[in-house]
Design a protein. Structure first.
Length: 546
């Protein structure tokens, strides 16, 4: 690169547009090292290693820096216009972010979560995990509490495996908090209605930090491309470039590897010290309480470790796992890859180890895996920071809801269950019976559902299937009811399975029937369930007539 850069720099600099920007630019590069240098100070919106260009927002100084690093920037006129146009409420819009009626504000999100807790106190809890920088810092700014919405059924005692979902740590990533808020509402409203949601909440906890950077989010809601927190000690109290990148501020491998910046005005500024920011401290303390063990004796987590952390970002349609700081495959890297390819089956993201794009250090993802020892992923949802509502509703929410639901299904054993078959289309015929009337239970076990766009996940034939009545396979007293291949032989990777079950002796009431499958490599997949209602025949009912 050294030889070519000066000439390219001169020609690009000559093409610099008039004014001060900001501009959204497409900037071509010669080699990967340029991207790594850029990403250590500025977050590229897009990185296309195959076509050798990045998309990034720059002001005049940023343009100069791009040229200095050997990039050849060209203004994307349409996107620049989209991001710099004044934002106004749509006709009749009285809620949500102006021009984006699908994205609730911080206050509206918190109000929705509190309403959920009020209506379902047995399923949802609202927990104050700390303060945002503005609240933590004396100076008259109100700021926010760092709130966690915990969703689980209080009817079932713990301890339970914990899934922690973080969103909007980067303020401008509009779609992320709405995605997780909708998913939390989906879970709470589905309890007792959807059989899978019901067992998930009976036996697991889902923790949502819906707004991991509420101070910054308020800036972004006003139309600014705000990424960091709003810490006024960094880059000047009134600068729009101030603050720390909370996703570079975590103490695990903080500033280790060229994956963050030490310059306070940079987009990827890592903060003054590891966990210097109150938002980081809140998240870290909360996560540590969920998963106190960490890397026991310095050893990587065993394959049967429960727990999972997901950090939901936008954008780029990527599905990433540790490490982001090194090209080394993580000790659990193959298992993380399997689960990553499974998630990506649902949301059609590109699955890869995080560092493929560029190095990151001090990130939430590597903290959760590297310090707390749980399966950990970054989702980069959608195709824009200020994502249009039409694609959020039609694609981003429905596809990612499926991925998040899968996370909840496997959080008990995230390094193991994703290798096994998925159980689909569980049905009981009939699903309402009198005691003693047999039912036919059917399902399909499918070992093939992975995103194979970046390498091919090994799959096997389905080798066995079984059902459980009310007590799932991991619980004490579980009794396996064998199922058979509907076509007579377990010899395919997608296998219809069935069992005829007598209901003699089943208690009257609503039951959950669980089904799971095992592949020929001895991997059991997660369960899926169906409701069956059992009653007493009318002729046997006794009535008391007064
Ligand atoms: Zn982000």
């Amino acid at each position: 690169m050294a030889g070519a850069a000066p000439a390219r720099a001169q020609s690009s600099a000559a093409e610099a547009p008039a004014g001060d920007g900001p501009w959204i630019v497409r900037a071509t590069f010669e080699e990967r090292a340029q991207v790594d240098r850029l990403a250590a100070e500025k977050e590229p919106w897009e990185v296309h290693h195959d076509q050798r260009y990045v998309v990034v927002d720059v002001d005049r100084e940023g343009w100069r820096r791009l040229v200095e690093l050997g990039f050849a920037p060209v203004v994307d006129v349409a996107r620049t216009e989209y991001y710099t146009r004044p934002r106004a409420a749509l006709p009749g819009q009285v809620e949500a972010i102006p021009s984006f009626p699908c994205y609730r504000t911080v206050e509206e999100t918190f109000a929705a979560a509190q309403a959920l807790v009020l209506a379902h106190p047995n399923l949802a809890t609202w927990i104050d995990a700390g303060d945002s920088w503005e609240k933590a810092t004396a100076g008259g700014l109100p700021g926010y509490d760092m709130m966690v919405l915990r969703v689980t059924s209080s009817a079932t005692a713990g301890p339970k495996p914990a899934l922690f979902i973080n969103s909007a740590i980067h303020a401008r990533e509009y779609a992320t908090a709405e995605l997780t808020t909708r998913f939390a509402e989906f879970l709470v409203n589905g309890y007792g209605v959807d059989p899978d949601v019901t067992w998930i909440l009976d036996h697991h906890e889902i923790h949502f930090m819906l707004h991991a950077n509420p101070d910054g989010r308020k800036r972004a809601e006003a139309g600014q491309l705000w990424r960091k927190n709003t810490n006024q000690n960094y880059c000047g109290a009134t600068s729009n470039n101030r603050g720390a990148d909370l996703n570079r501020n975590f103490p695990f491998e903080w500033g280790c590897c060229g994956g963050s910046s030490g310059a306070p005005c940079d987009e990827t500024y890592r903060g003054a010290a590891p966990a210097s920011e109150p938002e980081t401290q809140a998240t870290r303390t909360y996560a540590t309480a969920l998963w106190p063990a960490g890397w026991v004796g310095g050893n990587p987590p065993p394959s049967n470790t429960a727990g999972m952390f997901l950090d939901i970002h936008s954008y780029g349609m990527r599905l990433m796992w540790s490490w982001g700081s090194s090209t080394t495959v993580a000790p659990n890297g193959i298992a993380l890859q399997t689960l990553g390819r499974k998630f990506a089956f649902f949301n059609n993201h590109n699955p890869h180890q995080a560092i493929y794009l560029y190095a990151t250090d001090g990130s939430t993802r590597d903290f959760a895996y590297g310090e707390r020892g749980v399966a950990s992923f970054t989702f980069e949802v959608g195709t824009d920071f200020f994502q249009d509502c039409a694609s959020f509703e039609s694609t981003i929410y429905p596809t990612n809801r499926q991925a998040l639901l899968y996370a909840a299904r496997v959080v008990r054993r995230p390094f193991e269950l994703p290798s096994g078959p998925e159980t689909l289309s569980v049905a009981a015929q009939p699903n309402a019976v009198n005691v003693g009337q047999p039912i036919t239970l059917t399902a399909t076990d499918d070992d093939t559902r992975y995103n194979n766009s970046n390498g091919t996940e090994p799959t096997q034939n389905v080798a066995a299937a079984e059902a459980y009545l009310d007590t799932p396979p991991w619980a004490p007293g579980a009794v396996a009811l064998p199922m058979v291949a509907a076509d007579g032989a377990f010899d395919e990777p997608v296998e219809p399975v069935q069992a005829v079950l007598s209901t003699t002796g089943w208690p009257v009431g609503r039951h959950l029937l669980f089904v799971r499958g095992r592949d020929s490599a001895s991997n059991w997949g997660p369960v899926a369930a169906v409701f069956v209602d059992v009653s007493v025949p009318v002729e046997l009912q006794t009535f008391t007539i007064e």
